[in-house]
Write a new protein. Structure first.
Length: 75
C-alpha cells in the first residue's frame, strides 16, 4: 500500500452547526467531541474492507495520535 500523504486541515465549526451522523446525538446532548474527517472515496462502501483497503500502520499512527489528543483534552 502506498505511503499516506495526508493533508491536515483544522477547522473549528460554530457551535450552532449540527454535525451529521452519530456525532449529531453527542452535539444535541451538549457533549464535547472531535471529528476526524477523512478523504476515502470508498468510506462505508463494500470495497472499504480489510485487508486490501486497510493500512494497519496508518491506523496505528492515527489511533495513537487520537489517544494522545484525548488525554490532552482531559487535562
Amino acid at each position: 500500500m502506498p505511503a499516506c500523504k495526508a493533508v491536515v486541515t483544522c477547522v473549528v465549526a460554530p457551535k450552532t452547526l449540527a454535525p451529521t451522523g452519530e456525532t449529531r446525538d453527542v452535539h444535541r446532548g451538549g457533549g464535547r467531541y472531535v471529528t476526524l474527517v477523512g478523504s476515502n472515496p470508498l468510506f462505508h462502501l463494500p470495497d472499504d474492507r480489510w485487508p486490501h483497503a486497510v493500512d494497519a500502520n496508518a491506523v496505528t499512527r492515527v489511533a495513537a495520535a487520537a489517544a494522545a489528543l484525548v488525554v490532552k483534552l482531559t487535562r
